[in-house]
Design a protein around this ligand. Structure first.
Ligand code: SF4
Ligand code: SF4
Length: 430
């Protein structure tokens, strides 16, 4: 298989760890950014049956667990995609500071038609039964969204929605339930209206999003809150968590900034690596007592930090104790996760600023299988610098989009990681 122990560059990673590392979907998209679903337990904390649920897996859906995926994996030796984030429109009613898409109000030329979207879904389900994250822009601005949702269900994929929630009315919340959306994700970056509205570029956005979240919950739709951590809000993460808990949402996912799209304007606001380490350590400990499911996202080294902190506590990161956090890998872009842009460009994730093909010209399944970049991302032996030398690369791997953005090389070391791998010497490495 492309992504097993023979691709780890000689670092001793056993097969089962490698399998576990890839057994579950990892990081996704901002705005929806979701590895939706309920990936699992809390490290030595609240038992899984007391955590809130809501999500694709909570309704028994196993992304990439169907016969098409099994056959594809046997035929090619490549994992089938488990989560595909799909920017079904770039139009948006807000202008958020950190937006990957740098989206604005208005139509964008070249967006896929409903028929083209159906054709792509027909192709995708020949190799997998993924969760399809319908994102944007603001996906609720697309008038045919419910037809897209129904088509995903009809073909055996699981649609979920990444939305700013400001457009959710009673009618739309009811439609989400009627069309069997298990979860939506909503970005809330500050605990108060003042901070959030400034960041979102829209007075009233905070109240509108909170209202939308409440309506979705009232109609039985699961809600995940996403928070992008920067210098602007790093000191109010606890308050944002408490807000999420008080709203009765199901999951709280913190995101590290990826400096692409409009997020480039926030470069001055990115935290130094040591501060991200502090935030991720907070997440590990806070999860022990929170009823929400945490999933630090675009933060692959969280899976290194889990192991370091567990070891210090005398624990092993097992599925029994840590749930699916023990089974996921930090960055899964190109491994079990992919992104399709509003015009059909295929990328490892929405932040990875490189187009590997376009679904208008070539089936997604072929791009997933044949792309040189996808195949290089699946081969951990190709990682460079600290990541290449790191004993945690099988469970972390570093953010390839940040490496690309900062160095121009997607295989270079993760620029936001403070860890020095054992025996690593930057000077010796040249
Ligand atoms: S050096 Fe790279 S692989 Fe190792 S923990 Fe840091 S980001 Fe992950
Ligand atoms: S490249 Fe970075 S942003 Fe993209 S999926 Fe991996 S960790 Fe997330």
């Amino acid at each position: 298989m492309h992504d097993r122990a023979d691709n780890t560059g000689g670092v001793p990673v056993n097969d089962s760890e490698q399998d576990l590392a890839q057994a579950e979907a990892g990081c996704g998209e901002i705005g929806l950014n979701v590895p939706l679903g309920h990936p699992g337990g809390h490290p030595a904390g609240i038992p899984m049956d007391r955590q809130r649920h809501g999500g694709a897996r909570s309704v028994g859906f196993q992304p990439g667990g169907g016969p098409a995926a099994t056959a594809y994996q046997e035929r090619t030796g490549i994992k089938a995609p488990r989560i595909i984030a799909w920017e079904i429109t770039r139009s948006c009613n807000l202008s958020c500071a950190h937006c990957r898409a740098a989206a604005e109000f208005g139509c964008y030329p070249g967006e896929l038609t409903l028929e083209q979207i159906k054709d792509v879904i027909d192709d995708i389900v020949t190799i997998s039964n993924p969760i399809i994250i319908l994102t944007g822009g603001e996906p609720l601005m697309r008038p045919d969204i419910w037809e897209i949702v129904d088509y995903c269900h009809d073909k055996g994929a699981m649609p979920v929605i990444g939305t700013n929630a400001t457009l959710i009315t009673e009618e739309i919340a009811a439609k989400m339930a009627e069309h069997k959306i298990p979860r939506i994700s909503v970005s809330i970056d500050f605990a108060t209206a003042e901070g959030h509205d400034t960041f979102r570029g829209e007075p009233g956005a905070f109240e509108a999003s909170i209202r939308g979240i409440k309506m979705a919950k009232a109609h039985g739709v699961g809600v995940q809150i996403n928070t992008t951590v920067t210098k602007l809000n790093a000191n109010e993460i606890e308050q944002i968590h408490d807000l999420a808990e008080s709203l009765g949402v199901d999951a709280f996912h913190i995101f590290m900034l990826v400096p692409t799209g409009r997020g480039e304007q926030l470069l001055d606001q990115e935290l130094p690596p040591e501060e991200y380490e502090r935030v991720l350590t907070w997440a590990y400990h806070r999860q022990k007592t929170s009823p929400l499911h945490f999933k630090p996202t675009d933060s692959p080294h969280y899976y290194r930090i889990i192991r370091q902190l567990a070891k210090a506590e005398g624990k092993k990161v097992t599925r029994e104790e840590y749930g699916l956090d023990a089974m996921t890998r930090g960055c899964l872009g190109g491994i079990t996760f992919s992104f399709i842009s509003h015009v059909g460009d295929v990328q490892p994730c929405g932040y990875f600023d490189m187009q590997l093909g376009n679904v208008k010209d070539r089936p997604f399944s072929e791009i997933w299988t044949d792309s040189k970049v996808f195949n290089e991302l699946r081969d951990y032996s190709l990682l460079k610098g600290k990541c290449g030398a790191c004993e945690y690369k099988a469970v972390c791997g570093g953010c390839r989009a940040r490496a690309l953005s900062v160095t121009g090389d997607y295989l270079a070391e993760e620029p936001y990681c403070a860890y020095e791998p054992k025996g690593w010497s930057a000077e010796a490495a040249g």
